[in-house]
Design a protein around this ligand. Structure first.
Ligand code: GDP
Ligand code: MG
Length: 204
């Protein structure tokens, strides 16, 4: 986050993936991010193009390598042989599956703003693999998918959401999916109670 910005201006980017839309979880997802005090400043529904999905997942130049290495380690931890020892080969398959999944129907794109928006949204969303996401998170409460199941069936893991992993990633992803004039700057009345230093407007 840039030094001259206040924490309350942190932004994050969320996609409700095609399975989330099909399972009528749009309202549930919005409700959870809304209830914690975050402000919705951008919202649209689109059917993504495969090229944009590829750009989105390769915004972090390290993602291909890191995901491949994690995937290989996961196989070995379970005593299984990974489909390849080359992390980039593995991630190529993951990426192809993601392109099929993410272009299979409409997705909802959102930009949320507020203190620690990136970390707070990740916490509410839960970890990547639904099988091991904590109860109480969106992925933990609403999905039962796993890597072993998705890998066996040769498809992407269905985990309902994408949420930016860092402030830097969020900034790049927002630029990729939203034009500046598609986001709205406004003040939520509740921001006074969340952020104002002196709570001097309450008592009559
Ligand atoms: P996220 O930020 O929690 O969505 O997770 P990542 O940024 O690490 O990965 C992005 C997407 O790649 C995930 O949502 C999964 O669809 C896929 N992915 C990541 N790691 C793995 C893995 O180890 N195995 C499989 N099959 N897919 C993975
Ligand atoms: Mg990620």
């Amino acid at each position: 986050m840039a030094k001259n910005k206040h924490h309350k201006e942190e932004r994050t980017f969320v996609i409700i993936k095609p399975d989330g839309v099909q399972r009528s979880l749009v309202g549930e997802v919005i409700k959870r991010y809304e209830k914690i005090g975050l402000k919705l400043i951008g919202l649209k529904i689109v059917i993504p193009k495969p090229e944009v999905i590829e750009t989105h997942y390769t915004i972090d130049p390290e993602w291909m390598r890191k995901t491949g290495e994690k995937n290989i380690a996961n196989y070995k931890k379970k005593g299984l042989t990974p489909p390849s020892e080359d992390p980039l080969e593995i991630t190529k398959i993951v990426l192809e599956n993601l392109k099929k999944y993410m272009t299979s129907g409409p997705v909802v794109l959102m930009v949320w703003q507020g203190a620690h928006a990136v970390g707070i949204v990740r916490k509410i969303t839960g970890t990547t693999e639904p099988l091991t996401s904590d109860v109480g998170t969106i992925r933990g409460d609403f999905v039962l998918d796993s890597y072993v199941m998705s890998d066996t069936d040769g498809r992407a893991v269905r985990n309902v959401l994408h949420a930016s992993g860092s402030v830097e990633e969020a900034e790049k992803e927002i630029k990729l999916w939203f034009k500046e004039n598609e986001m709205v700057n406004y003040r939520l009345v509740q921001e006074a109670i969340l952020y104002d230093v002196d709570l001097d407007g309450i008592l009559e």
